[in-house]
Every structure is written in structure tokens, then in C-alpha cells.
Design a protein around this ligand. Sequence first.
Ligand code: KG4
Ligand code: ZN
Length: 334
Amino acid sequence: MKVLGIETSCDETAASVVDDSLHVYSSVVESSIDQHRAFGGVVPELAGRAHVTTIGPVVRRALEDAGLDPHRPAIDAIAVTSGPGLIGSLLVGLSAAKAYSLAWGVPFVGVNHLEGHLFAPLLERPDLAWPMVTLLVSGGHSLLVLQKGPDDHRVLGETIDDAAGEAYDKVARWLGLGYPGGPEIDRLAREGSPGALKLPVSMIGDDLDLSFSGLKTAVVRATEKQRDVALADVAASFQEAVAEQLLRKLRAALVAHDVRGVALAGGVAANSRLREGVSALANEFGIEAHLPTMAMCTDNAAMIAAAGIFRIKRSGPSSLDLSARPNWQLVDVS
Ligand code: KG4
Ligand code: ZN
């Protein structure tokens, strides 16, 4: 079974061809991020318009890279992100998927974007050790998930306010750094002292939920009070507080669940402190650490195709009246 994946939930327009042994034949990603930088965040209207012009060429390239005829590709299904995400962006991918489905006479299936992210480690490591705990941290989401297999996951906890990446981006904006803020804060943090600013570690209770908005406010207050503190020290202190919360919760999840692996997914999985911390935790618990490459951590359509293969086998294709669901939550599957 060969599936064309389509992803347009945020600022990346992506298409990919994957088969049911999870071999990735092609993966094309175009981002409109350069159009958003000046605004310090993704501008939904600009992202939607960019998808409209990019979707056709990106799908065509993904099919050609996979050695398929772009006019009548030999594929068995189309998987498309139908939520969560920006409504205008989701609608472009979903409409395109419906049109290709009709034109080529193949079924399509709407996929949850977060379910897609969970497939990233598996696409790079087909020999993954199950069960595992996955920390999914991106610009829009922060969740801890127990995965017993590719088609079996349970949400253990999630952010009650901002996502981890969102906190990085907001703090970077406050500090006058560019967008997205994560990579720049990560780079600066390596030159600073993590103890320079006293910041609270949020959500130190027993549950596995996360919270980042208080930390962002604490950075603003602390830097207003202590105006002479070096930028690198602020970055290092903030990064340490984020990592400390994430790693504490991850540790609690590993204590509560007997697993063989721990995985990272989402854009914040690129963070050097977090990767180092997850590797150390894995060593301590004697389990495997799955740290996907950057291309697989950030939004791509290979993960959507993979999730679509399992979804279509589980519950069949979607119908043409499927709507985009901007706030679609990740639900448990078993
Ligand atoms: O998964 P992603 O590409 O897009 C979403 O679906 O949100 O994640 C982007 C997020 C941004 O908030 C960005 O600042 C953050 O990932 N990010 C990082 C790093 N690289 C990207 N955060 C911390 N450290 C990094 N090295
Ligand atoms: Zn994402």
C-alpha cells in the first residue's frame, strides 16, 4: 500500500509518499517562514495564501521524487492533516486532497496532526522498542504520550496553557531576538549561566500536565527587575527552567510506566539541553532514547502518510464532506 501524505496545518506545505512498511519514497517540505519573521510569529492569512500557491508544485515534486506519474500516480490512498491547526491553512490541504482523490479515483483519510508527530521516531527507526513514552513538544503543542505500539497510544499529560515552543518564541520576542526563538535561545544559552536568574519551575505536582505561561511572565518580571543581566544568562536560565520541568515530568512518566524506550518529537525536540537530558534519563532507566533528526521532528508529510496508513486500516477512508478541525485534540487509541 502506497500513500501520498499532505500537510498544511501551519506554515509548512509538505507532501510525501510512504508505503505500509513505512519506507519513505519522497518527502518535500516548503516553508513560508520568511514571510512571517517580520511579524514575530506565523500570520495565518499569509500562511494560507502561501499554501494555495505551493501545494500543487509540492505534491507534484513528491510524486516525481517517488518515481510516480504526477498526472495519474499509482497510489492507494491520500492522507491529509485535517486538524489541529490554522483553519485557512488546513482547508487548503484538505481541499487539495479531496480534489486529487476525486480526480485519481483513490480514497482519502483525514489525519490528526499530533498523531502524525507520534510516527516520526518510528519512520527513522523501524526497530523501535515498545512500549515507550514520547514527549511531543512543538510551537503549538506539549504532550506526554504512552505508546504501546504504532496504533496504540494514551495521552498521559499535556500543557494547561502555552506550548513549550510558544514560550520559547514569546520569551525570544521579549528579548528582541528573531522568530522562531527556540534555535536562537538554545544557541545563546550555551554561553550563559543557568543559575543567573531565579526562575520558578512550574507544575512540580504529581500529575503529568505541563505549564509554561507562568515561566514566560517570570522571565519578563525578572529581567525588568535585573536590567543588567546578560542576554546569554537570561537564555540559559529560561532554557534550564523549561528543561527542568519537561525532564521532571518525563521522569515521573518513566517511573509510573514500565517502558523500553523514550522518544522526543516536535520542533522543540531539536533543543540541545532537552536532547542531552533525555539521553541521560534513558541511560539512568536502562532504556533506549529515540531522538529523531530535525527534519523528522518538524512538520512534514511523511509522518502524516504513516499515521494515515494506520488510520485507514483502523477505521476506513473519510467521506468528501469531512471538515477541517482546527482544535482537534489527540484522543487515545488502542
Ligand atoms: O514542530 P514545529 O516545527 O512547528 C509546530 O508545529 O509548532 O515547532 C516549531 C517550534 C518553534 O516554537 C521553535 O521556536 C521551536 O520549535 N524550536 C526550538 C528549537 N528549534 C525549534 N525550541 C527550543 N530549542 C530549539 N533548538
Ligand atoms: Zn507540528
